[in-house]
Design a protein around this ligand. Sequence first.
Ligand code: ADP
Ligand code: MG
Length: 256
Amino acid sequence: MSDAPVRAERTLNAERSTLNAPPAASPVLDLTGVCRTYRMGDADVHALRDVSLAVRGGEYVAVVGPSGCGKSTLLNLLGAVDRATRGVVRINGADVGAMRDREATAFRLRNVGFVFQRFYLMPTLSARENVELPMAEAGMRKAARRARAVELLSYVGLAARADHRPAQLSGGEQQRVAIARALANAPALLLADEPTGELDARTGAEIIALFERLNRDGTTIVVVTHDEKLAQAARRVVRMADGGIVGDGASAEVHA
Ligand code: ADP
Ligand code: MG
């Protein structure tokens, strides 16, 4: 490690603990033979059929495929929000399927950041307070979380909007607040489900640029998207169909 001057955004990564710099041999995400079946009355919906996937630290992966092919189901498993019906899901080596619910919740809070199509900000809280929430849940003290929320908002270019409520922000600004919130507890892994789906092309481009910067700064990203521009920005594209992975390669190949 050098003592070279540290850029402001480096501090976003400074508090990483368990997911930081995993050994080269162990992927950050490792799914083996994963199935997810939803029971609907007396019918079974096979949302994922025998999916195996490994993602290494520092990768930027887009997951694409038609509606209903299992993309969101996969993302929820990658983030320990949901459990596999069969198979093993490891996040930084930890078998999250074997965790109790409370353990999985605590693990998720510290290791995974989520961004959604519809932002899901708390309407009564300011941008800064929204960003502070996950830090409060993780037990960070008020002064520290307030300072970090301001730092994160400035990272996403919204220092001047810290006191605005979501309704006082544009869609693109709301999504940037949601991204700052996802980064609150310095997760090494960022998961996003159609993050540009509600945004116009120009605002979407800002989000794409922000993800690229985050990935350069060391965050592993998996993004589900229909947005060709976003998929092209990722270095690797995983293509799904009917609950399975049908393509996996460098984004240039997939889009050639
Ligand atoms: P995508 O995100 O690619 O559009 P999903 O992962 O949301 O697809 O859904 C995959 C399949 O699983 C679809 O057939 C969908 O209807 C079904 N599905 C998703 N969530 C549920 C659920 N909670 N209960 C029952 N079926 C579900
Ligand atoms: Mg979906």
